[in-house]
Design a protein around this ligand. Structure first.
Ligand code: SF4
Ligand code: SF4
Length: 223
């Protein structure tokens, strides 16, 4: 999932400066799972906003709605009926959701309430860790399902740097990704696979040169 966390409150307040009516929009997708932007967080955000502005002598009216997903135009269209008299939208989605709203409502201000952090997994309740750098050319099939791009501090593709100690990375306090890979491949009887030298990674599939796109002709609907 995409993991996000709340922006500093001062930043949120500044982004809504001078507005009299704000639509607070939660998202029922990833940000709800990571407890940053779901229905509950949208409710708390709206209440806090009203209280803070009242204390400042600049009261604000809020409306709330939580969409199934803010990254999907099908749901973002639901906002249309809530926008009458609204000066701005506070989105509790990841950066994708904020942009989909901006694209659909070009004449209304939309501010992000969250900082989008990474694509990650839940470690335990209240703790998430990055697992994928969205590189576009996955190598997990060569590394036993452990990502060296994100989990190795140096994104090494052909084994460890030599600096790890007791299984820990020399750069960060995490476990050395290549130690994890070695142990897992050993358990699976696949250490020979690690002798194959990985060629230079095809970073053309990665994040450069503008937004990437995936088009599936087989699932597109006829106009
Ligand atoms: S190799 Fe690339 S796509 Fe696969 S998990 Fe790592 S960053 Fe993500
Ligand atoms: S110690 Fe392991 S995880 Fe850290 S940079 Fe070196 S190879 Fe990568």
């Amino acid at each position: 999932m995409i993991v996000a966390a709340a922006k500093p409150w001062e930043e949120i307040m500044a982004s809504l400066h001078g507005m009299h009516k704000v639509l607070v929009v939660g998202c029922g997708g990833c940000v709800a799972v990571c407890l940053a932007g779901g229905e509950k967080e949208a409710g708390i955000m709206a209440s806090t906003l009203r209280m803070q502005r009242k204390l400042q002598g600049e009261p604000v009216e809020t409306e709330e709605i939580t969409l199934t997903r803010q990254c999907d135009p099908e749901y973002v269209r639901e906002l249309g009926k809530k926008l009458e008299g609204v000066d701005g939208i506070l989105s509790l989605a990841c950066g994708v959701g904020v942009q989909v709203i901006a694209e659909h409502y070009p004449n209304i201000w939309v501010a992000p309430a969250l900082n989008t952090k990474f694509a990650g997994a839940t470690l335990e309740h209240g703790s998430w860790e990055e697992r994928c750098g969205l590189c576009g050319d996955c190598v997990l099939g060569q590394t036993g399902g452990i990502c060296p791009i994100i989990r190795c501090a140096k994104s090494l593709l052909n084994g460890p740097c030599g600096g790890s100690q007791d299984g820990k990375c020399e750069v960060k306090p995490n476990e050395c990704a290549w130690n994890l890979i070695y142990e897992r491949m050993g358990r699976l009887g696949r250490l020979n696979q690690l002798l194959e030298v990985a060629e230079a990674k095809d970073w053309s599939q990665g994040r450069d040169g503008g937004p990437r796109r995936v088009v599936r002709e087989d699932v597109k609907l006829d106009d």
